[in-house]
Design a protein around this ligand. Structure first.
Ligand code: DAH
Length: 339
């Protein structure tokens, strides 16, 4: 019987298979419930005591040989089949690779950063959760100033000193507190206002703040900078400044760019006037400079602030601001071809 088992071992060692079905047949023959090994293990009790050791060793050897063979062949065939799966049919169409798209807010923000970086502005950021000083008081909006009501503020819990910033002008303050002039910086970021959500307004949106402080900065510098910006951003160089009021600038102005009235879309966008309002601006109020530790007798500067969402809606003819925050891929994937 020992010789018979030795022959089986040799046979098992030599076994080769072309398919997993053949391997399975082999496994059943040797290792299955009614397989050879179980027969031999059942036989064990009939083996004379003095031969039990040798017999035990040889059937264990048969068992391990069969098991190793099954495992080795399975692995070999599986990798073969996998490879066949990948390279098998080269005429099959390729798997489509989904290329991501930038968000329209990012596209517009990057354009603005790019335009201002070409004239020496760096990018600065500040926290979205602000304190009263940076969002209001330092910007010439002391407590009980009526202009505070212009911005419906989200306060955090019951502490009136902690709030969600209502504008990126807070970053101006932080930047002036930590940097000495000359300052040329733009600050993009998200801002929050307690407003009813509709197609035209949202409780959070995005702004870019601009700040330029140096000796002898004049209103003419501001105007020239704005004109450079509108030319680069929209391809339009005709602008007008309408007197306005912001507590942190004096004088203050609202900037309109002449869009034209050539197409029906121009009509819609500009409500038939040809003009589009794009930002607020002004000469930084001396009080603000002093609040931030800058000598207002030595330095002057200008600031401006614009809404990124508004510009994105205009440029891409998006009719509902809520689309910008819903993360619907059917909307987002339309911006693949943009920057
Ligand atoms: N902070 C203003 C707002 O949120 C925008 C603004 C206007 C910023 C005039 C400025 C500025 O820096 O000079 O409506």
């Amino acid at each position: 019987m020992i010789d018979k088992i030795k022959a089986l071992i040799a046979e098992a060692e030599a076994f080769q298979a072309q398919s997993t079905a053949e391997v399975e047949a082999f496994r059943i023959k040797y290792l299955g419930k009614k397989g050879l090994l179980n027969d031999y293990f059942a036989e064990f009790k009939n083996v004379p005591n003095d031969q039990k050791k040798a017999f035990g060793q040889i059937i264990n050897k048969l068992k391990s040989t069969a098991e190793e063979k099954v495992n080795a062949l399975k692995e070999e065939l599986e990798t073969k089949e996998e490879t066949k799966g990948v390279y098998g049919d080269l005429s099959r169409p390729g798997e489509p690779i989904e290329i991501g798209a930038r968000h329209p807010i990012s596209i517009v923000k990057n354009q603005i950063i790019d335009i201002f970086s070409r004239i020496g502005f760096n990018v600065s950021e500040g926290p979205e959760i602000e304190d009263d000083w940076h969002n209001f008081t330092a910007l010439n909006l002391p407590e009980y100033h009526p202009a505070r009501d212009m911005q419906d503020t989200f306060f955090i819990q019951t502490n009136p000193d902690v709030l969600l910033r209502t504008h990126t002008s807070s970053v101006q303050v932080r930047y002036m507190e930590s940097h000495k002039p000359p300052i040329r910086t733009i600050s993009p970021g998200r801002v929050f206002r307690n407003e009813a959500i509709s197609a035209r307004s949202h409780c959070f949106f995005h702004q870019v703040e601009g700040l330029y402080i140096d000796k002898d900065v004049s209103f003419a510098d501001l105007k020239q900078t704005l004109q450079y910006f509108t030319t680069e951003m929209f391809g339009k160089s005709k602008i007008r400044l309408r007197p306005s009021y912001f507590p942190f600038t004096e004088p203050s102005a609202e900037v309109d760019v002449y869009w034209g009235l050539e197409t029906e879309t121009d009509y819609k966008m500009t409500k038939g006037t040809g003009w589009l309002e794009i930002m607020g601006c002004g000469m930084v109020d001396p009080n603000v400079l002093e609040n931030c530790g800058i000598d207002s007798k030595e330095y002057s500067g200008f600031a401006f602030g614009m809404g990124i969402d508004r510009i994105a809606l205009l440029l891409h003819q998006i009719s509902d601001i809520r689309l910008l925050s819903e993360n619907d891929v059917r909307f987002l994937e339309q911006f693949r071809s943009a920057l």
